[in-house]
Design a protein around this ligand. Structure first.
Ligand code: IMP
Length: 178
């Protein structure tokens, strides 16, 4: 593996496709075990989760369903800071076993927001799966249930994660060269 350039920045190899695949297989097997007979609904957060979701799904042998949502954030006009909005969330989550599937938890803002929004729909249970987790960057007490890799708070691309729209298609994960 060699360095890659995405826009104006250089990224160095960090987690190989082989390591990712092995870990995703373990997460899929754990979900399969934990949710046997409960027909979980995996909700992917676009765009970053598409690759993780596609890989994870193929390791879940028992019946499950999928859906996707998108979260947009914009700056409020007041001093409220960032305001988030979720699109595509089904109204029919009551009684369902929901697993949110994300690419990364950084500050935890998105995770906290999504957990709150989905709880309002009265799911039977709610869990969070993420391929990457940066615990040192957290601003909220979020504890994801299924984590691929805990990583330091450096910027990464690949395996669904982008830098300004590019890099999602890289099979390996790369870290911004310091
Ligand atoms: P949070 O709300 O701060 O936890 O950030 C969640 C979102 O920020 C993720 O779904 C990503 O879209 C983006 N993000 C955070 N860190 C990175 C990174 O290192 N590379 C690419 N995207 C990132």
């Amino acid at each position: 593996m060699s360095e890659v350039q995405v826009h104006d920045k250089i990224f160095t190899p960090f987690i190989t496709a082989g390591q990712i695949q092995a870990r995703v297989a373990e997460l899929g097997a754990a979900i399969d075990r934990d949710y046997a007979g409960r027909k979980p609904l995996l909700i992917g957060v676009l765009n970053g989760s598409v690759i993780f979701m596609a890989d994870l799904l193929r390791h879940i042998r028992s019946a499950c369903e999928i859906g996707f949502i998108r979260v947009s954030s914009y700056h409020g006009t007041e001093s409220s800071g960032k305001v988030k909005n979720v699109m595509g969330l089904s109204d029919e989550l009551s009684g369902r076993h929901v697993i949110i599937v994300e690419d990364i938890i950084d500050t935890g803002d998105t995770a906290v927001y999504l957990l709150d929004e989905i709880k309002k729909k009265n799911p039977a249970s709610l869990a969070f799966a993420t391929i990457l987790f940066k615990p040192a960057a957290l601003r909220h007490p979020v504890k994801p249930d299924y984590v691929g890799f805990e990583i330091p708070p450096a910027f990464v691309v690949g395996y669904g994660l982008d830098y300004d729209g590019l890099g999602r298609n890289l099979a390996d994960i790369y870290q911004l060269k310091s």
